[in-house]
Write a protein that binds this ligand. Structure first.
Ligand code: AVJ
Length: 335
């Protein structure tokens, strides 16, 4: 077979040129969240350079089963998945929140090995990650045409609805759906569906409900990496918004609600204190033991996830599970 090399492209749809717009939006969100009772901060701000590095460490923690479970289910089912994807001929493989594409590479390898006709469209908010991935894939898979897109999910979805003319297979892996509140998650999957055509495929990675102790441990690791990941949010506020959070006076507190199937993370103020932010020129007060809600990670039953796909305008095709039955990649087809 002749090895065709391609020149990868990178499309940057993030608006900022100097980060000023980003910082203003961040400041506004933080000010609003810290003025509410109960206080909250959004988990979308975890991922600065330091937070992304800490998340990489989380993925290899012994307690954090999610990444390993999805990796092993992809290893086990990649041949079947690839046949399902490629059944209709050429397709755009869209990877929402691709990051370093550690798991997607299993599929890229299989698709290439089987000589399937596709191109790869990783989408991520991190420009650095997309440049790195594009370079990396140019080396490892020179025959795959990679169009990396730097954008927020919604902007990216609009772009691909308009610019990718052929059949699409959209991946949303890693239980990233878990960070949406249930209604928001439902809305997001409907938005994905709105940018697809009947017959397009959608693969959704969901962490399934299981022993609460297993779930809690995954967000409360013995080595304290998850605590550092959570606290990094305050460090980022200090650095980017001129805050004076005393990191020693806040602690990571995880809580799993087995009835709602949701893992909550908090940062608890260990004493009464005041924090000042230069960006908003305002003070925020904390009572002793007052908490900031920083993250929800929703767990789903297979039935709940199937219903969510159907409600959004998909037909359920099949679920691929890991050996322990704790994690599923669910395949849907747009109707
Ligand atoms: C990236 C959203 C899948 O909720 O499991 C890991 C983020 N937070 N440990 C998750 C996270 C704390 C993770 N997701």
């Amino acid at each position: 077979m002749l090895l065709q090399t391609t020149t990868n492209t990178l499309i940057d749809l993030s608006q900022k040129t100097d980060g000023s717009q980003d910082r203003a939006a961040f400041a506004k969100d933080v000010a609003e969240g810290l003025s509410q009772r109960p206080k909250k901060l959004s988990s979308r701000y975890f991922y600065d350079a330091n937070g992304s590095r800490l998340f990489q460490q989380i993925m290899s923690l012994p307690e954090y089963y999610l990444t390993r479970a999805e990796y092993s289910l992809l290893q086990q089912h990649r041949a079947a998945m690839v046949e399902a994807f490629a059944a209709g001929g050429f397709f755009h493989l869209v990877d929402l929140g691709a990051g370093d594409a550690m798991k997607t590479k299993l599929l890229l390898g299989e698709l290439t090995k089987k000589g399937k006709d596709f191109d790869y469209v990783p989408l991520d908010i991190s420009g650095a990650a997309m440049r790195e991935l594009s370079r990396d894939l140019q080396q490892t898979y020179p025959e795959i045409y990679v169009q990396a897109v730097v954008a927020e999910y919604i902007t990216g979805l609009q772009w691909l609805g308009q610019h990718l003319p052929k059949r699409k297979v959209v991946l949303f892996l890693g239980s990233n759906i878990g960070n949406f509140e249930r209604q928001e998650g439902q809305k997001f999957i409907r938005q994905i569906r709105q940018h697809l055509q009947p017959g397009d495929l959608f693969l959704l990675g969901v962490d399934l409900t299981k022993d609460p102790a297993t779930i809690l441990a995954a967000y409360n690791d013995a080595s304290g990496v998850t605590a550092a990941f959570n606290l990094n949010l305050l460090e980022r506020i200090n650095r980017e918004l001129g805050g004076n959070f005393d990191l020693d006076a806040f602690s990571h507190f995880p809580l799993y609600d087995p009835q709602e199937g949701v893992m909550h993370s908090f940062l608890v103020s260990e004493r009464e204190q005041e924090v000042y932010l230069e960006a908003t020129q305002a003070r925020y007060t904390f009572a002793a033991w007052e908490a900031i809600h920083t993250e929800s990670s929703h767990k789903y039953t297979l039935q709940q996830a199937t219903d969510m796909g159907r409600t959004a305008g998909f037909e359920f095709v099949t679920s691929y599970l890991d050996e322990k039955g704790g994690f599923a990649d669910m395949l849907f087809k747009a109707v």
